[in-house]
Design a binder for this molecule. Structure first.
Ligand SMILES: [Zn+2]
Length: 50
């Protein structure tokens, strides 16, 4: 589990609050605040594609 402003490395991450916002980060990028309206979630989990 990761939080907003963590830098977990390249990969896909899903907001665990709304479960409808999937983001893709590059190495060194910080996790943003969830952009889903009225969510503002800050807990994220890595999503594996396979
Ligand atoms: Zn969210």
């Amino acid at each position: 589990m990761y939080k907003t402003n963590d830098t977990p490395g390249a990969g896909n991450y899903e907001c665990l609050t709304c479960k409808s916002n999937l983001i893709t980060l590059k190495d060194g990028e910080k996790i943003p605040e969830c952009s889903t309206p009225n969510c503002k979630g800050d807990i994220w989990a890595r999503v594996y594609n396979n």
